[in-house]
Design a protein around this ligand. Structure first.
Ligand code: MRU
Length: 367
């Protein structure tokens, strides 16, 4: 998407690759919305660390980062021995996969890169195939988000108030985003609407990232405290909810997304407000058959006990908010059951959550 900083407007992707320097280029999301900066991860360990530290975050974006990271690791190998190369690649894969557990996109992205590179007969061929496959994953990610936009745009009617949670925008993908794709498509078709961004504590991706994206895109929006959505729903001030997902089970239609999503789905159901989830192919997990088996990331309690912001001198700073002697529990994601979901907006159209399985071939399932 286009980013305007000062007077300069330029198109950026959230994740890109510098093949000359064998570096993964990332928008430093922890600095947003206060500062816009692109940083380089110069080897696969730095790339894994950037995922872990949430310099880059969001399911599709960490998927593309992991794909590039695997190619980056492959390209750093010196020698011609295929056995040693495979061993090295396994270390790279494990390091990247361990960075964050809940989103399935990194595993799916790296599986695609591995399948592609295994067709090469020499180390050199495999290195080239790895980068080509990572580029293809990133490009597909953009195309998939655009398709989600096309299918989801008719849901956005003139004058609607839409609630979204966390950031499933272009910063969470390579470009365009998922939950935001129908919004951007509807805007391009000339419709006006208003978006409520859940603040999304503890890391505030809604207040920082989604709000920044919508401001960049000149879409009318307001940030609300996470606890305000029920009140607005009760007063008839929310017409539609659209969220993203970090892992959606193709067999059951259960949706894992940022903590607090389940609460919003329960509220939407209570108030008979349509609740949609936007999901690209790389976010579908065809293997697991129960939401209980999804690994839910437990993050550091400090995120709950305080907050990051910018001080008056423009410096990023953490302030402790909670009682100093108290500890916190910080699960990063929750699982929304299919009966609370009106529809899943995919690259192939909108399906009932339980319809993913019957449409699996269209949605890229392979035996
Ligand atoms: O912890 P994050 O910021 O990586 O959270 C992931 C998400 O971006 C959200 O859960 C989002 O709604 C899913 S769509 C990428």
């Amino acid at each position: 998407m286009n980013v305007t900083v000062g007077r300069c407007t330029r198109h950026y992707r959230t994740v890109a690759f510098d093949s000359r320097k064998n570096s993964v280029l990332l928008i430093e999301q922890r600095l947003l919305p206060h500062q816009f900066e692109v940083v380089a991860a110069r080897d696969f360990c730095e790339t894994a660390q950037a995922i872990k530290d949430m310099i880059v975050r969001g399911a599709g974006a960490i998927g593309a980062t992991a794909a590039y990271g695997l190619a980056q690791g492959a390209r750093a190998f010196r020698g011609r021995d295929l056995v040693k190369f495979s061993r090295h690649l396994e270390t790279v894969y494990r390091t990247l996969k361990a960075a964050r557990p809940t989103a399935v996109d990194p595993a799916n992205a790296m599986a695609a890169v591995r399948a592609a590179l295994n067709k090469g007969e020499t180390v050199e061929e495999r290195q080239a195939l790895a980068l080509a496959a990572a580029e293809e994953f990133a490009n597909d990610n953009v195309n998939h988000c655009q398709a989600i936009g096309r299918h989801g745009a008719p849901l956005i009617r003139e004058g609607m108030n839409i609630l979204t949670h966390c950031n499933a925008g272009w910063l969470a993908f390579v470009d365009v985003g998922t939950a935001t794709a129908p919004l951007y498509a509807a805007q391009a078709q000339g419709r006006k609407f208003h978006v409520f961004c859940d603040e999304t504590r503890p890391r505030a991706q809604g207040a920082t990232l989604t709000a920044w994206e919508l401001a960049q895109q000149k879409i009318s929006h307001q940030i609300i405290a996470d606890n305000a959505a029920g009140h607005l729903m009760q007063r008839g001030e929310i017409d539609l909810v659209i969220v993203g997902s970090d892992r959606t089970l193709g067999r059951t239609g259960e949706v894992t997304n940022k903590i607090g999503t389940y609460t919003k789905a329960v509220l939407a159901d209570r108030h008979r407000i349509p609740f949609y989830v936007a999901v690209p192919i790389s976010t579908i997990d065809w293997k697991l058959s129960s939401g209980r088996d999804i690994p839910i990331e437990e993050r550091h309690g400090s995120e709950v006990l305080g907050a990051w912001g910018v001080n008056q001198r423009g410096r990023r700073e953490y302030v402790r908010v909670a009682n100093p002697s108290s500890d916190a529990r910080n699960p990063g994601f929750d699982v929304t059951p299919p009966d609370l979901i009106t529809g899943i907006i995919t690259t192939e159209g909108i399906f009932k959550p339980t319809g993913l399985w019957s449409n699996r071939r269209k949605l890229g399932y392979k035996d």
